[in-house]
Design a protein around this ligand. Sequence first.
Ligand code: GAR
Length: 220
Amino acid sequence: MLEIAVLISGRGSNLQALIDACADEEFPARIVRVISNKADAYGLERAKKAGIPTTVISHQDYDNKEAFEDAIDQELNACNVKMICLAGFMRILDARFVNRWKDRIINIHPSLLPSFKGLHTHERALESGVRFTGCTVHIVRPEMDDGPIILQAAVAVNPDETADELAGRILEYEHIIYPEALRLMASGKARVAGDKVIIESATYPDGGWINPLPGGDIDL
Ligand code: GAR
């Protein structure tokens, strides 16, 4: 059983997806702590409801980023955390912290990386005219929204929809691929090999993760 911490800044719907997955005793990970850099993050309520201890570590309480990240690091070590899941954690972690936790931090981003790193991904996807966008779960490296990809889900863009509508459709996939990516990493079925993540070939009969929702957007 892999002890994980989830770092959040807000709503926490991906945290909820991870909480729900961990409720299954067969699932190979347990959330031992939820850390938020914002005291009013709704995700903290979700954690409390699930009986998971929470800690607020506000970046505003520290003189600099190093001190803020050292406080997070100390808390993680005190809780015996083995892997960190970023779930809407809106602070960029420094190389020093990321390297300390090398290959043990995973993140979800609402685009098909390496496209649309950063903020306003859905608006930018609509503006750029791409036909597909989606979401990515990846291992965190020091560059923002960069690192070996564990899973992705693709969603066809409807040019007439709003950014909020597109975001909502992608979020459904986020809630599927994040727990699945964590399951793969925690069970050892996926492992980092240089700049890629290798998934055991027997994991998916078709050799790869194509589209997680039955009847989803892509019909191959
Ligand atoms: C999610 O859409 C997640 O992919 C995104 O923030 C949202 C958090 O929602 N993360 C990023 O943009 C990170 N670069 P949630 O708090 O409901 O999980």
